[in-house]
Design a protein around this ligand. Structure first.
Ligand SMILES: Cc1cc2nc3c(=O)[nH]c(=O)nc-3n(C[C@H](O)[C@H](O)[C@H](O)COP(=O)(O)OP(=O)(O)OC[C@H]3O[C@@H](n4cnc5c(N)ncnc54)[C@H](O)[C@@H]3O)c2cc1C
Length: 392
């Protein structure tokens, strides 16, 4: 149960449950805004960094990392892509997004001298930088690898992932469904793609992303029915590479596996409401979407950016800590809902050979190919979030 600060001049105290990419960054924005923060996770720092995963970062994430002074530290680990090819494999149509399609603020940012459409970042260097920054912040008390007794705080932030024990304990529900499709991630060495080119292949069995990691290394995010992915996961390396070559466009040739393919289920989830007295839900504790378009982590970090703005206003005396969760929920619901609906619509529209949908896809891709304005608006919505496009 939240309590007011013990001393009027003391900074408000928050507890962030979960030190994953969302929770660690949330602790940092709150500390920088003048809060004292307890950051808690049952995993050790080694376990937190150990995932084999790569994230596609958009310009909304770049802005937040720049504001926090983390961009320069991450730069050596970021693989920029300057071109994103969207291919409909059933229609044999292709549209390319380049720096020319970026909104001008993203293109002219000094941090984007290379004209990147986005960046790929591996989980380990990300967590190493985040945990180092957290440790250097005197306002953050880090509790990793061991349970921590509940203490009285002004604000509880649930950033404890999609199972979110904190959300469940508060009686807040997650609404949603599981996709029939799952998702398989693997890193490979590829020939035939430029090192700064990303691909989103729409195949009838599901979207397939090819994301550059630097040089000839690429992260693949392969969506297909879960049973098929489990069969792929169980194959030996040579057999897997054969099936993979058949799934990729002819121009791309997979040579070597860098890690083991891993299949996992994919779901659409929205927690509602996003807050309760003294508690707010953030990151995957609040929402989860299909990996198409690489929106998931960027959406989580826009939650963090909104929390940072409100935490600062609260410390400036604009409103008490008890008013923060409701303000946060009002700021976040539209962006979250639009991204969840848009990613779901993309999956439903493109993962099939439905004769009624093919002409619609044909029209959409023709318009995207011919109208730079439509490409720019689509890339802006993906890159900065739909709300900024709508001016909301
Ligand atoms: C298997 C899998 C593969 C994925 N692959 C990709 C990918 O390739 N690319 C991509 O962009 N996205 C991927 N995602 C999505 C991406 O991982 C999420 O968007 C991102 O991890 C969300 O970060 P988060 O901090 O909100 O949640 P999480 O990363 O789930 O972090 C939650 C943290 O809360 C901690 N926790 C749990 N219970 C408690 C508790 N009671 N108290 C305190 N802490 C607790 C956990 O230990 C964990 O560290 C994947 C997701 C999954 C599940």
């Amino acid at each position: 149960m939240p309590a007011p600060p013990s001393h009027p001049s003391a900074a408000p105290l928050a507890r962030v449950n979960g030190a994953g990419p969302s929770g660690a960054l949330a602790a940092l924005v709150m500390a920088r805004a003048g809060w004292r923060v307890q950051l808690v996770d049952p995993l050790s720092s080694q376990q937190l960094s150990a995932r084999s995963r790569a994230y596609a970062l958009t310009h909304s994430s770049r802005e937040l990392l720049e504001q926090l002074g983390l961009w320069a530290d991450l730069l050596p680990a970021l693989a920029p892509f300057r071109r994103l090819d969207l291919c409909d494999r059933a229609l044999h149509r292709q549209v390319a997004f380049t720096a020319d399609d970026l909104p001008s603020a993203a293109l002219t940012s000094p941090a984007n001298g290379s004209g990147a459409v986005g960046w790929i970042l591996q989980h380990r260097p990300l967590m190493d930088v985040l945990l180092r920054a957290v440790r250097s912040e005197s306002a953050i008390a880090l509790h990793l690898g061991a349970p921590m007794d509940p203490t009285s705080v002004d604000l509880l932030v649930a950033a404890d992932g999609h199972h979110s024990p904190t959300r469940r304990a508060a009686g807040l529900r997650g609404w949603g469904f599981s996709y029939r499709q799952g998702c398989l991630t693997v890193q490979v060495r590829l020939r035939g793609s430029a090192p700064d080119q990303a691909w989103e292949l729409f195949r009838p069995e599901g979207p397939f992303a090819v994301l550059p990691l630097g040089g000839d290394a690429f992260q693949l995010v392969w969506s297909a029915p879960m049973a098929r992915l489990q069969r792929l996961e169980a194959m030996d390396g040579a057999a897997f590479l054969d099936v993979l070559s058949a799934a990729l466009p002819d121009a791309l040739q997979a040579d070597v596996l860098i890690d083991r393919p891993q299949a996992f289920p994919v779901s659409w989830e929205l927690a509602w409401p996003l807050q309760r007295r003294g508690l707010l839900l953030l990151g995957e504790a609040a929402h989860r979407c299909h990996p198409v378009g690489g929106q998931g982590l960027n959406l989580c970090w826009r939650d963090v950016a909104a929390l940072g703005v409100l935490a600062e206003r609260c410390v400036a005396g604009c409103f008490p800590p008890s008013a923060l969760p409701a303000r946060y929920a009002r700021r976040r619901w539209l962006d979250i809902l639009l991204v969840l609906l848009a990613t779901d619509a993309l999956v439903r529209l493109f993962s099939n050979r439905q004769p009624l949908l093919l002409p619609l896809r044909q029209l959409l891709l023709t318009l995207l190919g011919r109208w730079p304005l439509l490409r720019r608006l689509s890339l802006q919505a993906m890159s900065e979030g739909p709300c900024r496009l709508l001016g909301a």
